[in-house]
Design a protein around this ligand. Structure first.
Ligand code: ADP
Ligand code: MG
Length: 386
């Protein structure tokens, strides 16, 4: 696993590349969604937390409109663009994310000039931990401050959503940015995706003797792929037939009636969303009361619902979850959009090594590439480091 550069190291590297010190260094974390999958675009509830892996950007505003971008990752070299003529069609690779944020700020009428930017990130790419939003949130935190744009966290969430939807071209909701920008250490972020209201819920797994393991299956997911779009379409169809604005408005008690009104597949999609919203509320209730050790069965039920009703799991994710549970995890589920990416396993600290070994062994036995397994801690949201 890559090690992040310190803020000082990043500033030094910036200086040697661009020939001057940066105006500052900002970081924004990746996230794990504890529970509440595919509920965001149904105006429902999600419960992500920010992780102790983050994107960091050193940024210096320029007096002209030139944009120069460099990442410590890979050998991609310097990318240049003109802030006066940003074009969604032409941005390539990771530069879509910072350029998309610039573009979204311009769409809000903010005069953003040129800049030099150096990115470093230890959020695994394409693992469902939102490495892309970590970049966008670090960049918008920097530009908001440097350009004195005066955006609050909600504005920044919407601006990065605009960047991701309309510039990058990924039809994502507001969960990832909200977690990256608004989370707090030792807490999960209970987010109502209808009105964007939040509440920080205590989630201190460590004090409860638990570790949260992330199992990156290395199966690459793609939001742009047909699976995500078709699930969204099923949810829209379900809401339309049931006569509600969004599936958020359907209660558990209404599922029997919905069963008679919807085709079988649409019904199963709807049932996932409706029961998942309920599981988020139950999880919040347990974290407020009994604590993290009580939420295992809800994680398990969430996985079963995604596997069987929403059909967004894959054999590698199912195996990770099963092997972790069999070896002592108290609850496990795939996390993120699905079709690959990562699973999470809430595990007693005393069983951590056993669970890691069991998952690795199961993957080797199935002939799958070795997964990356690491623990994450609920961490602070975006901040300025230097
Ligand atoms: P996820 O957000 O789940 O990690 P995405 O496909 O949305 O997956 O975003 C992954 C993309 O983000 C990568 O393909 C790459 O373009 C970009 N990216 C993430 N981290 C870095 C980095 N450190 N350097 C360059 N690009 C990065
Ligand atoms: Mg992403």
């Amino acid at each position: 696993m890559t090690r992040p550069l310190s803020a000082g190291q990043l500033a030094d590297r910036f200086d040697s590349v661009f020939g001057a010190a940066p105006d500052g260094v900002w970081q924004a974390p990746g996230r794990v969604n504890l529970i509440g999958e595919h509920t965001d675009y149904n105006e429902g509830f999600v419960l992500p937390f920010a992780i102790d892996k983050a994107a960091r950007v050193a940024v210096r505003l320029r007096p002209d409109s030139r944009v120069r971008l460099l990442s410590t990752f890979g050998n991609q070299g310097l990318t240049t663009a003109d802030a006066g003529s940003l074009n969604r069609g032409t941005a390539r690779g990771w530069t879509k994310y910072p350029l998309g944020v610039l573009w979204a700020l311009q769409q809000r009428g903010l005069p953003v000039r040129g800049l030099d930017l150096l990115l470093d990130s230890d959020v695994p790419r394409g693992a469902g931990l939102s490495s892309s939003h970590a970049i966008e949130c670090a960049v918008i935190s920097a530009l908001n401050e440097l350009a004195a744009a005066g955006l609050d966290a909600r504005d920044m969430v919407l601006a990065t959503q605009r960047a991701e939807n309309d510039f990058v071209g990924a039809p994502t909701g507001i969960m990832d940015q909200s977690a990256s920008l608004r989370a707090a250490a030792g807490h999960a972020l209970f987010l109502d995706c209808r009105d964007q209201s939040i509440r920080l819920v205590p989630f201190d797994a460590e004090s409860a003797g638990l570790v949260m393991l992330v199992i990156d299956t290395k199966v690459s997911h793609s939001h742009a792929g047909g699976g995500y779009a078709s699930r969204r379409a099923s949810c829209e169809l379900g809401a339309e037939v049931l006569g509600v604005k969004a599936l958020r408005d359907v209660g558990i008690g209404e599922l029997d009636e919905a069963c008679g009104l919807l085709d079988q597949e649409t019904f199963r999609r709807v049932r996932h969303v409706v029961t998942e919203n309920d599981r988020v509320l139950q999880t919040v209730g347990l974290l407020d009361g009994a604590g993290p050790a009580a939420i295992g069965p809800l994680l398990d039920a969430s996985h079963a619902s995604m596997r069987d009703d929403f059909e967004i799991s894959c054999p590698e994710l199912d195996l990770a979850v099963e092997a972790a549970r069999a070896a002592g995890a108290i609850g496990a589920r795939m996390t993120g959009g699905g079709f690959g990416g990562s699973a999470i396993a809430l595990t007693p600290a005393s069983e951590e090594q056993q669970v890691r070994a069991a998952v690795e062994h199961a993957f080797a036995g199935a002939g799958y590439p070795a997964p990356d397994i690491f623990s994450v801690r609920p961490s602070a949201g975006a901040m300025r480091l230097a």
